[in-house]
Design a protein around this ligand. Sequence first.
Ligand code: ADQ
Length: 497
Amino acid sequence: MAQRLFVVSNRLPIVLEKKSDGWTLKPGSGGLVSALAPVLSHRGGLWVGWPGLPLERAVGDWESVLAAGYRERGCNLVPVLLSRREVKGFYEGFSNAVLWPLFHDMLGRCHFEPAFWYAYLEVNEKFASAVAEHWRDGDFVWVQDYQLIHVAELLRRRNERARLGFFLHIPFPALDILLKLPWRGQILKALLAYDLIGFQTPRDSRNFLTCLQYLLPEAEILDDGRVAEVRLGARSVRVGAFPIGIDFHAFEETARSAEVKRRAAELRQRFGPAHLILGVDRLDYTKGLVEKLEAFRNALQRYPELRERVVFLQIVVPSREGVAEYQALKAHIERLVGEINGEFSSPGWVPVQYQYRSQSRRDLVALYRLARVGFVTSTKDGMNLVAKELCACQVDDCGVLVLSEFTGAAAQLQRGALLVNPHDIEGMADALKAAFDLSGEERQRRMAEMREILREQDIFWWVDYYLQAALGTVPDDFRAPKEYLPALDLDELLEAG
Ligand code: ADQ
């Protein structure tokens, strides 16, 4: 087993902020931080990342504030500072305007600007130097996500022996999409500098292997259906699917706590007798927020019996606020909320409640517990931790998860959730209606089934499984994750002639 775990990610699990009376630390948000923070506080180790402020503002005694933060979180935090220019080219440019939209199948939103590519390489070099400076023999360096794909290749130029793993939190695109990327060859080759490449689902892993077969036919691929091996010259690289989990016990325990119970009861009063449909998403065009609101509107139009019986609370967590596309998305959502409420509200009943802000963990868990329906409609999503957290907090086993087929979570939760195609507005409205028509027994069965999987395949399982694969010691009885593939109903097709 690795002596020290060395996590490298674009963001540290904290954000440094300048207040009038000095520096403070705020917990980071987003899926990657939620998933990895409990792992490092259990295992200890080192975390290299950007503390979220441009270099030019890093004056004063911020380092001692960060050092206090390390002690609290049980791991060493190594900051990599980025200049404003680097943030623009690397973070807003190559990461968020090239790889993020491309890997989410949104070619129209990509800006293939050559300058972004050079900024990306420059910053990856900066991260590689920070790793090289702190690396000790025996460490396992685990690089996270699409912003830092080149770290291994750059590090190998200095240190051939380092053991390096990579995990992609977002989907890996199909061949036809990847081919559009001007730097597709460099990205594929850079991935092959790792010892283990992890994806969220078998489909992402298969997409990667297909791209490799096509673009690099000299690579030999041996696939036993669990962890594949790619041989290229003297190098051997493992490739597999490792669906990320959550700290299930922590969520469940918080959901059962007296404090959350009290808070859930308070919130229950606020919604009155109506059942709660809950959506929680980062502000992002991949989360299907517009489609979700349209589906809710459609459900109220076609199923008048839902009116006054349900309230849809959509929480949107602020994200990438400086980017014009995100501001436009926010305005679109707000317009739709206004339209739906204008059309359907009645005295004492407002169908959509909308919050654009971060929630405390206690309130989030109370809402997860209270929800009768969790509504997740991403048009593409690596995993979607919100879906998993909601199930972990459903300690009364009585809610229903309506879940997009295009989330990684659909593969694990396909037997319990009501799966929907987020492009099918009527289909999603029908699923909302179906969620309220399910018997109590059926709801309990489905929720219990999902909770069992999530309890077993939690965040600690994910880390162990990944590290075992890195060492080549995955046990023989290990059940490889399944894939979700929507199937047409043959009887229906035959009936239709
Ligand atoms: P994200 O796109 O950020 O993650 P998601 O997986 O849903 O999406 O994670 C969001 C996280 O933010 C959740 O853990 C949630 O608890 C937290 N959060 C939500 N609302 C909050 C609020 N109001 N305040 C504070 N925190 C809040 C990326 C990929 C996903 C992948 C994850 C992890 O896009 O597909 O599942 O990484 O791999």
